[in-house]
Design a protein around this ligand. Structure first.
Ligand SMILES: [Ca+2]
Ligand SMILES: [Ca+2]
Length: 459
C-alpha cells in the first residue's frame, strides 16, 4: 500500500497556528482555541462545545487518519468526550460530542462518560449515519455502533493516538495507549467490513463537556491517502478523455489500414498468394506496432507529467504556509512600530522562523529541480524513430520547440540558484507550467507526425 501525506487535510505542531490564531487549511468553532503545539477543543469547564474542521474535501477514496490527543481532568470521571468525523457537512455545533446530530457519514466517538451505567466507559466506538438517525445519547449509542472497544484514554502520562483507516470499504480503528515509545505500537480496536461512506466528506474533530469536564486537546491530525501499489500505475495514466481520444484515433487508423489492405488485394489479385504467406509482417505489424509504441510513450509522458504536477502542488502548498508565516511576522513587526528595514531589531524566535521558512523554500526548489531534471532525462531518452520521415518543416518546428525547452530549463536553473534571496517562486512556476504544456503538445505532435509518415509509407 502506498501512503501519501495530505498536508491540506492535516495539522501538527510546533508551528500549528499562525499569528492571527488561525490554523492553515482548518477552521475552528465554539470553545476551540489553537496554540502553537495543540488545539484545545474544550477547556475543563462545564457545558462547553468546540470543534475544528478541515476546509478541503477529501478526494481520496481510501485514506488513513492518525489523531494524537489528550483528555485530562482532575476527576476520576470526566465528560463528555471527543469525536473524529468524516461527514458531508462541516462546522455545525450540536449535541453529539459538540457536533451536529443526524450527520451524513462516519463518527468515531471517544466517549468518556458512562450515561447508561453499564460500567463500560471510557469507550471508543464507530457509528455510521445516513443523515436520518438520532444519536442515542442516554444509551451511549450502544445499539447504533458499528463496532467499538473499551479503552481508557483519559489522564495518561503521554498523549494517546487513534488511527482510523478506511480502505476498500473496510473500516479499521486502532488505539495507541501512549505507554510505548514505539510510534507504531497500535492495538486493534475494531474492524468492520462493507462500510459505505459518502464521497468527498470533510474531516473534523469535536468535543463537549457537561456537568463534568475534561480538557480535550488535539496535538496532531495526520491524513494519508491510500493506494494499492499495483494500482498506482494505472491510476497515474493520462486523463480518461485524452486516453479515449487517442484510443479512438488508433482504432480509426487501424480500420483505415484494414480497408486499404483489402483494396490493395482487390486491385492486385496476382499479389494475393505472396501476401497471404506473410501478410501480417508486410502490412499490419510494422505500422501498428510503431503506432502502439508511440501510444505507450504518450501514456508514459502523461504519467510523468501527472506525478510532477503532484509534486509541484505539494511544494506550492508548503510555500503558501511559509509565505503566510512571513507575512504575519512582518505585519506584527509593523504593528509594533518597528522599522521594517532588515537591520532593525527582530527577536530571535522570529528570526528563526524566517530562517526555517527559507530553508523549507530552498528544499522545495531542490525537489522541483530534480523533477525537471528527471523529465529532461526522460525527454532525451524518448525515441523518435526514423528522423528522415519528418518533412523539413516538421523537423524545423521540432527543433524550435527543443530550443525553447532548453532556454526554459536554463532559466529554471538560474532562478533556483538565486532563490535563496527571494521567498517567491512564482516565476519559476510559470516557467514550469509552460514547459509541461510544451511537452504535452510535443508528445502529441510526434504521434501525429509518425502517423502521417506511416500512412504515407503505406500508400
Ligand atoms: Ca456517554
Ligand atoms: Ca456506557
Amino acid at each position: 500500500i502506498k501512503r501519501r501525506f495530505e498536508y491540506k487535510l492535516s495539522f501538527k505542531g510546533p508551528h500549528l497556528v499562525l499569528k492571527d490564531g488561525t490554523v492553515p487549511f482548518w477552521d475552528h468553532y465554539g470553545s476551540a482555541i489553537a496554540s502553537a503545539d495543540s488545539i484545545r477543543i474544550t477547556p475543563s469547564l462545564k457545558s462547553k462545545k468546540g470543534s475544528i474542521w478541515g476546509k478541503e474535501k477529501v478526494t481520496a477514496e481510501d485514506w488513513e487518519v492518525d489523531v494524537k490527543f489528550t483528555v485530562t481532568g482532575r476527576g476520576r470521571l470526566g465528560a463528555d468526550g471527543l469525536a473524529v468525523w468524516y461527514t458531508t457537512e462541516r462546522g455545525i455545533e450540536g449535541p453529539v460530542f459538540g457536533s451536529k446530530d443526524q450527520w451524513n457519514g462516519l463518527g468515531v466517538f471517544l466517549d468518556s462518560f458512562d450515561n447508561d451505567g453499564q460500567h463500560n466507559n471510557p469507550y471508543i466506538m464507530a457509528m455510521l449515519n445516513d443523515g436520518k438517525q438520532t444519536y442515542d445519547h442516554d444509551a451511549d449509542g450502544s445499539n447504533q455502533q458499528l463496532g467499538g472497544c473499551l479503552r481508557d484514554f483519559r489522564n495518561k502520562n503521554k498523549p494517546v493516538k487513534i488511527k482510523i483507516e478506511y480502505f476498500k470499504k473496510v473500516l479499521t480503528i486502532s488505539f495507541h495507549s501512549g505507554m510505548s515509545d514505539n510510534e507504531e505500537d497500535y492495538d486493534l480496536c475494531t474492524r468492520i467490513e462493507n462500510v459505505n461512506l459518502p464521497p468527498n466528506g470533510y474531516f473534523g474533530v469535536s468535543a463537549a463537556t457537561g456537568g463534568l469536564a475534561d480538557d480535550h486537546d488535539v496535538l496532531s491530525f495526520s491524513t494519508y491517502s491510500l493506494q494499492l501499489q499495483t494500482e498506482v500505475g494505472t491510476k497515474m495514466e493520462m486523463p480518461e478523455l485524452e486516453k479515449e481520444k487517442i484510443e479512438k484515433e488508433f482504432q480509426e487508423y487501424k480500420e483505415k489500414l484494414e480497408k486499404a489492405r483489402e483494396d490493395f488485394k482487390k486491385e492486385n489479385p496476382k499479389a494475393k498468394l505472396d501476401l497471404d504467406v506473410d501478410e501480417d509482417k508486410i502490412y499490419e505489424s510494422p505500422e501498428v506496432r510503431s503506432l502502439r509504441q508511440i501510444f505507450e510513450g504518450q501514456s508514459e509522458i502523461s504519467q510523468f507529467i501527472k506525478s510532477s504536477l503532484r509534486k509541484l502542488d505539494e511544494i506550492v502548498g508548503r510555500q503558501e504556509r511559509q509565505l503566510s508565516l512571513l507575512t504575519s511576522i512582518s505585519q506584527s513587526r509593523q504593528q509594533a512600530g518597528q522599522s521594517s528595514s532588515p537591520g532593525s531589531t527582530i527577536d530571535k524566535k522570529e528570526f528563526n522562523q524566517i530562517v526555517d521558512a527559507q530553508k523549507a523554500a530552498t528544499e522545495g526548489i531542490k525537489d522541483l529541480r530534480q523533477v525537471v531534471n528527471d523529465i529532461n532525462t526522460k525527454f532525451n531518452g524518448l525515441k523518435i524513430p526514423d528522423q528522415h520521415q519528418f518533412t523539413k518543416e516538421l523537423a524545423n518546428h521540432f527543433g524550435m520547440m527543443l530550443n525553447e525547452f532548453r532556454s526554459l530549463s536554463n532559466k529554471v536553473n538560474d532562478i533556483s540558484s538565486n532563490i535563496a534571496n527571494s521567498p517567491s517562486i512564482s516565476v519559476y512556476h510559470l516557467g514550469f507550467f509552460l514547459f509541461i504544456h510544451l511537452l504535452t503538445i510535443l508528445g502529441y505532435f510526434i504521434y501525429k507526425a509518425k502517423k502521417e509518415a506511416a500512412a504515407k509509407k503505406f500508400y
